[in-house]
Design a protein. Sequence first.
Length: 170
Amino acid sequence: MLILRTAALLGALLLAGVAHAGPSRPSPQPASRPANIKPAHLRLLFQNRMGSLYTLIKLEVVLDGIYVHKRVDNRGRLDRKKTLTIFNGAVAPVAHHVAVKLVYRAKSLGLFTYRRQYVYTLRDAHTVQMGPGSRATVTIRGYRRGNIFWRAVNRFAVQFEAHSGKKRVK
């Protein structure tokens, strides 16, 4: 009988908010960004400057560990546009890491059909520092360098060119 009265009294106190049944925990608050920090705007462009002897068959772009563009096309449709917009949006005003993977296949030239077996993979990365309210455009270019005397594995390169407004950013 005494136990029932104690339980009833404790239940009434809990409902009234006088007693509590354990350690108090702060309620989770949603994270909010400070009102005085403006987001930055980042635009990523891709240009294929490899030439007509090679076909782009795979394009992967990763921004801060997240795929923003991943496309595979064995027919060579990735070569059709001169400039491809990969990302255009607001980002946090911090340093951002852009990584790219390009896969090219050599085109066959008449009797030299064995060239289609040659596949070249390029990987490169770049870091862009963004300030509050800043705007930046990063152009990623896959291009061929050197001449016919260079080894094929050394002929291909990736170039990152970053612009902020009218001045160049490194």
